[in-house]
Design a protein around this ligand. Structure first.
Ligand code: WTA
Length: 633
């Protein structure tokens, strides 16, 4: 066990205090747990005010040494990675730490052989195959900067990302499985590359057995180079603040932001948080059911688990393929102890009924971690009742692409948790709630804009190629603070609960309502599977409330609509009575299960022209369906 694991409540309080009062020694002691090629001179320098934060300056390291090499002596034969294919009858791939180490070294040689060097940007557009994880680590081993694009982005979005980062190499596949479909990755790449002169070489990993065209001199098959490569590769010594990766996230202007993370701070932060959140034992099995193309996949599928020497499951396909029981089948098959995903997982199964969970043995599950959306009370309680009666260890975690790893956690055993609260800050995270004018909101049972007042090791350092935008977006609103963009509520126990994005607040005749707060109330109805609330311009009230609902088993839709309106009015006030409630068959979502309020807002505003890029959606068809229903109503 690592020396930095928090054992109980007293420990938590002590660590939390020390992280603030004696930050230098606190983080130095944590950093001692890693392998460094050269030790740091300064634990932390720079400031949030100047937006020039640095951690472990002067140190040299390679994160892959910490993910792989240092485990070889003690757990070389331990399973590092189990790959469950999309096809339930397909071949499962397994890697021990030693085998993974060999594969990463071979891939590093492969990249080097085609000219990749330290600092080069490499774009990865692959399905959920082991080679994606291996290529990420191979880049890190060389010191190249990986930029993972979600499989299935349309070619223009892929081209934008490649050009913004000036990538010189693209690693892709012939196709990626998604349910019963195959995403034609190489065709999409070919189209994108017409506008990306920076890319000199393309490596294509064969997986879907799709027919692809290969461009002479540019395109190479993975297996033709990889197979003959040596199994050892000297890791490149990286400066602490050298970039590790870029990950694009959507920005309010529609132009994606390339969030930049650096080597040392990100390593220490992801490892520290992963260990403390999941508190895994040596033989536990961890599964992160979220695509690697999101930050969750980067930090808690690749780096966090491997830095801690855990055994992880990676699943290739769609979670409901070939049926809704697949999630639980995989848990059963590998005796998963720790499952991490979006709350949509719980809701989706709930919509289907408890049957799916009864068919499988879920007794190994100790922890069900959740991220990206609030867990509605109903789903939380349903899970306790149907999945894990005795232990009921739901673990909510709040964080962002920009924070590198989790910040708020509803610890299961260390401190108290409360349904629907994301929890408390981890040691090292010092949040404050600020009002519109930047004044600190003190006391209990209060809300405000959620900011962080101290630098933490895993924070993003910049937006690639646009440091000014980084400053403007996150540090200008409240000088000296990092502004998360979220609006939060804090109760008398010091637990935090999200109310919505600061820009998701609906202001109805001066009453500020958090959309998430409203959704939670709506979701209590036994007929509601899930809901989304957005604001739209209203002549009299400033903003009106628009509710989208996915319902099940309702006979009289009108009755449900009336009931929802009445409930909100009763529970919050007359101003919370929605102006419009629309029943829909599904809500538009990203592939990680996040409801895209942006799109629903554009429809509610009668502004479908500004729907923007929909290529990262799981179900783009539903948008058209909702829009048509609005027009005809
Ligand atoms: C939201 C995901 C409620 C929040 C790791 C945040 C959450 C945004 C939670 C970041 C949670 C994340 N409960 N909302 N547990 N976790 N969010 O960058 O609005 O993809 O700002 O990072 O998701 O999304 P991102």
């Amino acid at each position: 066990m690592n020396s930095y694991r928090i054992k109980n409540r007293d420990d938590y309080d002590r660590h939390y205090r020390r992280g603030r009062e004696d930050a230098k020694n606190f983080w130095a002691e944590i950093a001692e747990n890693f392998e460094w090629m050269e030790r740091w001179e300064k634990t932390q320098s720079g400031s949030l005010t100047n937006v020039d934060v640095k951690w472990f300056e002067g140190a040299k390291l390679n994160i892959t040494v910490n993910c792989l090499d240092r485990h070889l002596k003690t757990r070389g034969e331990k399973t590092a990675l189990i790959h469950e294919p999309s096809d339930p009858n397909g071949a499962v791939a397994r890697y021990t730490y030693r085998e993974l180490h060999h594969s990463v070294c071979k891939a590093a040689h492969m990249l080097q052989a085609i000219g990749v060097q330290k600092g080069d940007r490499v774009c990865l557009s692959m399905g959920m195959v082991p080679e994606l994880l291996i290529t990420m680590l191979a880049c890190a081993r060389i010191g190249a900067i990986h930029s993972v694009a979600l499989a299935g982005l349309e070619s223009k979005s892929l081209a934008d990302r490649i050009s913004d980062a000036g990538c010189t190499v693209l690693v892709t596949g012939d196709g990626a499985f998604q349910g019963d479909k195959i995403i034609p990755l190489k065709d999409i790449a070919d189209e994108a590359l017409k506008n990306c002169p920076s890319v000199k070489k393309v490596i294509v990993h064969r997986r879907g057995n799709c027919h692809v065209s290969m461009e002479e001199g540019r395109d190479l098959w993975w297996h033709e180079i990889f197979d003959g490569m040596p199994q050892e590769f000297d890791p490149r010594g990286m400066e602490a603040e050298d970039p590790l990766f870029i990950l694009y996230t959507s920005g309010s202007t529609g132009r994606p932001k390339g969030i930049l993370h650096t080597c040392a701070g990100y390593m220490v932060w992801t490892a520290y948080t992963f260990d403390n959140i999941f508190q895994m034992q040596r033989d536990d099995i961890y599964w992160c059911a979220i695509d690697i193309g999101w930050i969750t996949g980067h930090s808690y599928m690749v780096y966090g688990p491997l830095l801690n020497g855990a055994s992880l499951v990676m699943y290739e396909g769609a979670l409901e393929y070939p049926d809704r029981g697949r999630l639980w089948e995989v848990v059963d098959k590998y005796r998963v102890t720790h499952l991490y995903g979006a709350p949509a997982i719980v809701r989706a199964v709930m919509a289907h009924g408890a049957e799916a969970t009864k068919k499988y043995d879920l007794r190994t599950l100790k922890v069900m971690g959740s991220v990206r959306n609030p867990i509605a009370q109903k789903a939380w309680l349903w899970y306790c009742e149907n999945v894990d009666k005795e232990k009921c260890r739901i673990l909510d975690t709040w964080w962002q692409t920009e924070t590198g790893a989790a910040m708020l956690v509803s610890f299961t055993s260390i401190t108290e948790q409360q349904h629907t609260f994301e929890g408390r800050p981890l040691p090292g995270v010092y949040p404050v709630l600020l009002d519109e004018r930047g004044k600190t909101v003190t006391g209990n049972n209060v809300s405000g804009n959620f900011c962080i007042e101290r630098a933490w090791p895993g924070m993003a350092r910049s937006i690639y190629g646009d440091h000014r935008r980084f400053e403007q977006t996150y540090f200008k609103p409240y000088p000296g603070h990092y502004f998360t963009g979220d609006n939060y509520y804090r109760n008398e126990l010091g637990l935090f609960k999200i109310k919505g994005r600061a820009d998701d607040i609906i202001n109805v005749a001066g009453n500020r309502l958090g959309t998430i707060e409203l959704e939670n109330i709506i979701n209590q109805s036994e007929w509601v599977v899930e809901s989304a609330v957005v604001g739209f311009p209203h002549e009299d009230k400033g903003q009106g409330i628009y509710v989208y609902i996915v319902a099940k088993g309702v006979e009289e839709e009108e009755k449900l609509v009336d009931q929802i309106k009445a409930t909100l009015e009763e529970q919050i006030g007359i101003f919370a009575r929605p102006d419009k409630v629309q029943l829909v068959s599904a809500l538009p979502k990203t592939r990680s299960g996040k409801i895209t309020h942006r799109i629903l807002r554009a429809i509610a505003e009668g502004n479908p022209g500004s729907l923007g890029d929909m290529s990262a959606l799981l179900n783009p068809n539903v948008v058209e369906e909702i829009r048509k229903a609005v027009i005809s109503s």
